[in-house]
Design a protein around this ligand. Sequence first.
Ligand SMILES: *Cc1c(COP(=O)(O)O)cnc(C)c1O
Length: 505
Amino acid sequence: MSPPDRDAIEGLGHATRGLAWEEPLLFERSRPGRTGVDLDPLDVPEVDAQALLGAEAVRETIPELPELSEMDVVRHFTRLSTQNYAVELGLYPLGSCTMKYNPKLNEKAARLPGFAEIHPLQPPALAQGILGLMANLEDALAEISGMDRVSLQPAAGAQGELAGIMMIRALHEQRGDRRKKVLIPDSAHGTNPASAALNDFECVPIPSGPDGVLHPEAVAELMAPDVAGLMLTNPNTLGLFEEHIVRICEIVHEQGGLVYGDGANLNALMGVARLGDMGVDVIHFNLHKTFSTPHGGGGPGAGPVGVKNILAPHLPVPIIRREQNPERYALDYEFPHSIGRLHGGFGNVGMLVRAWAYIRSLGPDGVRRCAEMAVLNANYLLARLRERWHVPYDRPVMHECVLSDRLLEETGVTTLDVAKRLIDYGYHPPTIYFPLIVHGAIMIEPTESESLEGLDRFVEALLAIEREAHENPDLVREAPHRTPRSRLDETRAARRPVLRWQPES
Ligand SMILES: *Cc1c(COP(=O)(O)O)cnc(C)c1O
């Protein structure tokens, strides 16, 4: 065994330090007879398990589990935890995901026993505190987005979209208006067509203009009486503000359609501009992007949905009702036109507490400042990178910027190689090959959390990789070099995953 290469690690921040060694599996560390528990002798009568449960329910032999001390296990998992990349370790530029820093204060609030230990079926009379928090959060999100009502139930952005399109469908059906299609720009996130298709709508793609935004003429051409609505992301996934949104909403409304606003990118707008004021009828929020819920790792999220009054009768039930004198909260289920229930209990409550703590601790000015800093940071990155990197839509951006690998073409280095090489520099790779309309897209969202020095370090890494691509392309094409594993066969990993340890025979 050789020690980790210190020189390679210096200057990379701490991010890749944990990557420098290979951690054996617990099975490989196992030693016969070693144990981490010390059980007291049995002090109850022994029973015959076979007689009690039936022979087929009882094992004859003990499975081959690893035998380890408590410290073996603690060290193993602690070491593994240092091999994870996290926003607590460095910039996490994953475009369209808003991987910003989530203040620990909000974690503390979510862990308060009164919130954390509430039972999902606790009757409203014994859950007044959390219902009050939820009612206040609904109001705050409505205020931030310019919507009339909000439901906190959906558990993710995708489920918020599903709820939104279900409501649009319910409204048309209630009017006896059979509509078959939904218009979706070609820059949209994949969840948009998925949500429309799950509601039996045919998805009709609308091409973005040469400037990367949607043009009213393109919408007018496709808008027809059988179109239920349009799904629009603003700012869009190129990081550009859809500047014709007001006119586009009018065109859709003139023919009886509704406009769905994908609000996943609200980090760019909050406190500054409201999709509701621009004509949008229904939006979803990503609390696990904009409002301080950590995400990644598949943890729970929350994707509240906000609507204008016209869609309010279709909101998911239950609905929180606020009563005055005395102030009390109740849950209402009797909404005949509701799309029904989307989530058990009170939703993913921990996320709601974090979001409320975040909004309250920042206040209106702080919320606005977040959006301003997010936009400033993205434009700073773009301004520094555009001298050496191709920028397909070269204009001021909102919260993220999109580069392409076009200037690397003659070197043979691709976007995937750049992403892998960034790992050597201690960064999580950005979102790549999305949006689909940019060849070799590299989508970078710095968020408001980063300092100027942090942004500069990241720029220097991308400029260095661009130089390497020309001077020593193989170095980039074979990256990463500083991880225990380099390039995995991702197709094989997905098609033929090895999920179980097998002893070597
Ligand atoms: C993240 C995202 C979604 C989906 O949100 P999930 O919570 O991941 O389901 C939808 N649209 C856009 C533009 C997004 O960035």
